[in-house]
Design a protein around this ligand. Structure first.
Ligand code: ADP
Ligand code: MG
Length: 266
């Protein structure tokens, strides 16, 4: 580039045009990078690319932040925060999932394991990955999902609600199995799973093995049909060991609880 200095008129025009484009970072980047471009002898194309890149990366970052806040996570947990020494077996599969490929393939993830082993943590962390990859995400417990679907059903807008939810690249259903469902609720939940099948991803967490889901859904046939759809294209990860919350406290396990499904929870 020629070693001219910026004309005030051009700067004014850039400010006006960037505002018209609703691209505020261009205003700041344009003058700052112009000085850098002159010093380093960039081509016009290099300069334009650098300016546009600032705007695009700022937009991506703030878009991800908005999607993370809209997702409804209980707490912000990331892959980087996860202590793999506690769950060495899932390090590699979670690492592959973190590339985000499962979302574009509409694959599901199921996280199974006893309380406190990091199911909600990893589900949230993968949700944050999805938001960063540009997918809209919604997180809620199974009980909350059932309430939401029941309300929609009562108001005669279940199909509209399911269609709306399909626009989310990822739906996270936390804590399947903590509470058993009524038959109606189980059917609504089945419809959610069916409507996303091969279309958009689900992450489910549960403290119960699949073999006990029949008790949760009150119906072996509904549970079997649903599990079939969930796991057809899914990574099923089983977390093991004692609760991370109890580590180092001299407590080896939680007391076993008899759940209403007759399963032993620990
Ligand atoms: P679960 O959903 O399996 O009951 P959580 O994911 O809620 O368990 O984990 C309980 C707490 O322990 C959370 O604060 C979580 O961040 C933390 N935690 C669990 N496992 C790990 C781990 N391997 N590394 C870091 N924190 C963990
Ligand atoms: Mg949990």
């Amino acid at each position: 580039m020629a070693t001219t200095t910026t004309t005030p008129d051009a700067v004014k025009q850039i400010t006006y045009l960037a505002a018209a484009l609703k691209a505020p970072r261009i205003i700041e980047a344009a003058t700052r990078l112009a000085d850098q471009a002159r010093d380093a002898g960039w081509t016009h194309e290099d300069y334009l690319a650098a300016v546009l890149e600032r705007e695009v990366s700022a937009r991506n970052a703030s878009g991800a932040e908005l999607r993370i806040r809209a997702a409804g996570f209980g707490a912000r947990k990331t892959i980087e925060d996860f202590d793999w020494d506690a769950q060495p077996a899932v390090r590699q599969p979670v690492g592959s999932l973190a590339s985000g490929g499962f979302l574009t393939e509409a694959r599901n993830v199921v996280l199974l394991g006893p309380p406190g082993t990091g199911k909600t943590h990893l589900a949230t962390a993968l949700g944050i990955v999805a938001a960063r990859h540009g997918h809209r995400v919604l997180f809620a417990t199974a009980t909350d999902w059932v309430t939401r679907l029941t309300d929609a059903h009562r108001q005669g807008r279940l199909p509209a609600e399911l269609a709306r939810l399909r626009r989310y690249g990822l739906i996270i259903v936390d804590e399947v199995g903590y509470l058993p469902f009524e038959q109606d609720a189980a059917n609504l939940f089945f419809q959610l799973v069916s409507s996303r099948y091969e279309h958009a991803s689900l992450i489910l967490t549960s403290n119960l093995p699949f073999s006990s889901w029949g008790g949760v859904f009150g119906d072996q046939a509904v549970a079997a049909a649903m599990i079939d759809r969930i796991v057809h294209h899914a990574d099923v990860l089983t977390l093991k060991g004692i609760s991370y919350r109890l580590r180092g406290r001299g407590i080896d396990s939680l007391p076993s609880i008899r759940t209403t499904t007759g399963e032993t929870e620990n």
